[in-house]
Design a protein around this ligand. Structure first.
Ligand code: ZN
Length: 195
């Protein structure tokens, strides 16, 4: 399994999948490894993308979830559907459809980013991350770094490493991401939200 560079810690974005060619069609297998800015801890998932340009386009996320309380391990194989919208320049833009339910209500939101929420993946609304962020700063803004700012920095990366060292743009992105993660962690702690 080809592991891609660490992207957003505990996030998976359509933009990442597109950038690395996973949405180019057919069956594609990959993985993503996250390194957590503050602790250096790592986690990873594997995935299978199936794009045939029809209703059934989906990604299956395969990973091991460890229950923090009991240390019990569970193999997860979690399917998320894609939907598309037309693109200004032709072609389509892909979105995840959040598969989670909250209080018995199916979410189904069209989102560009999935977060690791307990043992599942879902949108920020389902993860209460949004809630923490809203309380902290209004909208999705937390501290001084917003998600679009970080995503833009990620899109500007042409190479991750040069001569074995992180490139200037990659370092800039990691700096912004850590800053945002830190704000999120702080907001979550403040409001007692675990994620
Ligand atoms: Zn959701």
């Amino acid at each position: 399994m080809a592991k891609q560079e660490a992207e957003w810690s505990n996030r998976l974005s359509v933009c990442f999948l597109k950038k690395h060619g996973y949405l180019d069609g057919g069956w594609r297998y990959g993985g993503i490894k996250w390194t957590y800015g503050m602790s250096g801890n790592e986690s990873s998932i594997g995935f299978t993308v199936n794009i045939n340009g029809n209703e059934g386009d989906n990604i299956k996320l395969q990973y091991t979830h460890t229950n923090r309380g009991t240390d019990e391990k569970e193999s997860m194989d979690f399917r998320v559907e894609f939907t598309t919208t037309p693109c200004n320049y032709g072609g389509v833009r892909y979105w995840f459809i959040c598969p989670l339910s909250k209080s018995g209500q199916y979410c189904g939101r069209r989102v560009g980013v999935l977060f690791s929420i307990g043992k599942w993946f879902g949108c920020r609304h389902c993860g209460d991350i949004c809630y923490a962020a809203q309380l902290e700063g209004g909208g999705f803004r937390v501290g001084s770094v917003t998600e679009p700012v970080v995503e833009k920095a990620y899109n500007e990366i042409k190479r991750f490493h040069y001569n074995g060292k992180p490139t200037r743009r990659y370092k800039r992105y990691l700096r912004l991401r850590d800053k945002m993660d830190y704000s999120w962690a702080r907001a979550a702690m403040k409001f007692g939200i675990k994620f």
